[in-house]
Design a binder for this molecule. Sequence first.
Ligand code: MLT
Ligand code: ZN
Length: 456
Amino acid sequence: MIEALNEIFSSNRVKTDADSLAHWGRDWTRNFKVAPRAVVFPDTVEEVTALVRWAGRTQIGLVPSGGRTGLSGGAVAGNGEVVVSFDRMNRILAFDPVDHIARCQAGVVTQQLQEYAKARDLFYPVDFASAGSSQIGGNVSTNAGGIKVIRYGMTRNWVAGLKVVTGTGEVLDLNRGLVKNATGYDLRHLFVGAEGTLGFVVEAEMQLAPLPDPQSVMVLGVPRLPDVLAVLGRFREIMPISAFEFFSELALQKVTAHRKLKRPLAEAAAFYALVEFDRANAEAALTLFEDCVEKGWVTDAVLSQSDAQAKDLWQLREGISESIAPYTPYKNDVSVRIAAVPRFLEEVDAVVRAAYPDFEVCWYGHIGDGNLHLNILKPAALDGTVFYERCHHISPRIFEIVERHGGSISAEHGVGLLKRDFLAYTRSPAEIAAMRALKQVFDPHGIMNPGKLFPS
Ligand code: MLT
Ligand code: ZN
């Protein structure tokens, strides 16, 4: 096998040492077995094609690896697969100054594209805490969301074209940056969010947006969770918003301790909403805040007075994931329609309180998109496997509520290994059958990220 890989890739671009296998063989999850047989680092689309053809002949699975910031085990290689790292395919190949499209290799880092756009007085609006290491190919393959979805949508909205290598080694050049293209199935969108199970994204043509107006950030203390939604409703009536996030007091305690940040408000509240909007609407936001206090929804708020202060307030939300990572949390990333959020939350909270009386439960998320992150924190003394199994066992009770509300068991983190057994809570048997049939068309040898997405 190594000989065959060395023939495709020059030396140094095939690694088999234990450290490399451990490093490139997994994402940010820590619960799954990591056991790849090699890691390869292609430079070109042709090398990816040659590798896929070889894997088809030998029936050896391939696992794509981007920035490895995934939270569902989508980039974990646990069964002797070859990991395909896109770290070296990290260039922005072309920029179209008329259409404002940047042609990126799969390994371009999200922040690299954000800075590239900024240097041209443009904006790449998909943003999240891991933007400094996540890669465009991974973002596309998981349809990454993040903190600006309420205004700009998911990664899918910004994919103007895609070059993919399918499981048969075919190269498909999909949509080619066209705004209008009414010629049947838009295969580009099939590969967005497919988690590498149909083929690997090797290039993506990413649409850039105009630069936004200067932004302000307000953090509000909200004692009762349904009132977070009431505040959202008021903001939406009055102004366009760029972000509407929430977090609990426990989440605030974790992030302020971890990053040594000041608490935003003098008094603690059970929940906090973080809202971002055009600075031109700051006065209107203050009036709205007073209104919310009068209604009894909000106790206090702080409004950023500078970009630096806005950035500091954002840390309170963006730093949460990293601050709870030492607790190896069991992560839930669920969504329902916004109208269903209050009732949904109440029901899930009741189940969680009864099921985990001895665990810390940390709520935060993109509540303005109906997307809630529910993290169960592992007590230090409890064995990791026991903890994982217990949480996994309780998950169906949460997912039954998700299903009843017509929601999704994975809003933005993807299915990977973590949620594949629960897919049927969100997708009907007919949908899963259609998905499996598509898998068969694009990956007849079953070599593209095997074992991910579908129940075993
Ligand atoms: C976030 O919203 O912070 C990210 O999705 C990461 C996480 O959920 O921990
Ligand atoms: Zn998130």
